[in-house]
Design a protein. Structure first.
Length: 254
């Protein structure tokens, strides 16, 4: 039911453990991607409604449909959930997410040219380890991000693969480089045969392939390729490209 949308968001917020530092570190990679995607989506809405000065952590509905009001009972419960949380911008985005749900539940007309639900990436990030702090960088308690500008975030590559299995597959310790196995005789645009990652953690290097079992397993294909014993080409790809492959693999296995 559309009327349930604000209550669903409220329940999600109520279930978050805002002080779970271990979860924040465990999910550092996916949380960073989710925050970047929120910044990109919020920048799109800010530009469309001339709200650049309010970006990045703001109540988007205030600019889209300022007449929308959160039901008093939901507002009271939300206030209790957010009591004691910091920084103030975190509380503002939580209220904004609930108010956005009120707007969507009321069937408000929104432009199809603007980004998807701006708050969903942020809610997912909160659920994977709590909030953030902003100083010179955005501190996610496990990852640090430059805030950038509205303009730089508008030009960022979208991250739309938000499924939990995909996000989990991106979370691992160490410095990660992803590679796509390129199909022989076919252009890169046709999609990779598979993906592998090289992970460097505490001075040790681990090469792992994402398998049909939807998990990372050790592989020697990168080392063999470097030695000239493997003719399959391996092209460097981004986290977002790797996530798209993982999401497709998960969907195919369903």
């Amino acid at each position: 039911m559309a009327d349930d949308l604000p209550l669903r968001v409220l329940e999600r917020l109520r279930a978050i453990d805002w002080s779970d530092d271990s979860a924040a570190y465990e999910h550092a990679n996916s949380r960073a991607l989710l925050m970047r995607e929120y910044l990109r989506r919020a920048a799109g809405w800010a530009r469309a409604y001339r709200a650049e000065e309010s970006w990045p952590f703001f109540d988007i509905t205030e600019h889209v449909a300022p007449e929308v009001r959160t039901p008093s009972d939901v507002a009271a419960e939300l206030k209790a959930v957010l009591t004691g949380l910091a920084p103030s911008s975190l509380r503002k985005t939580c209220r904004g997410a609930v108010r956005w749900a009120v707007l969507r539940g009321a069937g408000g007309e929104l432009s199809g040219d603007l980004p998807d639900d701006p708050y969903e990436p942020l809610l997912l990030m909160y659920e994977r380890g709590g909030g953030y702090f902003v100083e010179e960088f955005i501190d996610l308690n496990g990852a640090m991000l430059r805030l950038g500008t509205v303009e730089s975030n508008l030009s960022a590559r979208p991250f739309r693969t938000l499924g939990p299995a995909t996000l989990d597959a991106l979370d691992v310790e160490g410095e990660i480089t992803y590679f796509a196995k390129i199909r022989e005789g076919r252009p890169r645009a046709s999609g990779p045969r598979g993906i592998v990652r090289r992970r460097v953690d505490d001075g040790r290097t681990y090469d792992e392939a994402f398998t049909r079992d939807l998990r990372w397993e050790p592989t020697d294909c990168l080392r063999l390729h470097e030695l000239g014993h493997n003719e399959t080409d391996h092209a460097g790809i981004t986290e977002i490209e790797a996530a798209a492959f993982i999401e497709l693999a998960v969907a195919r296995s369903a």
